[in-house]
Write a protein that binds this ligand. Structure first.
Ligand code: HEC
Length: 121
């Protein structure tokens, strides 16, 4: 619960900062599924994300950290590279890296859970 409200406050302030800076698109993105509604698999995927991805990507905003923020990743036509956010493409990006993003060592179960979680963003 405290984690969730922190995330919400963070997302809102990142959004406000983006609007103040004139960044478009902030308001039009669908919100991420709240943690209280995650399935067990989504919750497991969220832990994988914390372990392997969170140091470089914010999950609930499109603001960049080391890589682009991943809010609404799978609900959009294209990822920042222009490639469609299909499960195959996501698995390929995670397993082999992309541009300056390094490859991630991850087992099949964790990869499946992680991709399911990415659909909640
Ligand atoms: C060391 C930092 C780092 C880590 C760890 C990392 N990424 Fe990335 N990621 C990046 C950078 C940088 C980019 C932009 C790469 C580029 O396009 O040159 C990126 C891009 C992406 C993209 C967009 C790809 C596209 O086609 O536009 C996705 C999706 C992504 N990362 C997902 C993940 C996931 C899921 C994880 C966890 C398994 C992860 N990343 C771990 C740095 C990282």
């Amino acid at each position: 619960m405290p984690m969730r409200s922190f995330a919400a406050v963070f997302a809102i302030s990142a959004c406000a900062a983006g609007l103040a800076a004139g960044v478009a698109g902030c308001r039009s993105l669908p919100p991420s599924k709240p943690a209280s509604q995650w399935t067990l698999q989504e919750a497991r995927g969220a832990q994988v994300f914390q372990r392997d991805c969170a140091r470089c990507h914010y999950p609930t905003t499109t603001a960049g950290l080391h890589g682009p923020g991943l809010q609404a990743l799978t609900k959009q036509q294209a990822m920042p590279s222009g490639a469609p956010p299909t499960d195959e493409r996501l698995a390929d990006t995670i397993l082999h890296g992309h541009g300056t993003m390094p490859a991630t060592q991850i087992n099949d179960n964790d990869l499946r859970d992680l991709i399911v979680y990415l659909h909640t963003l």
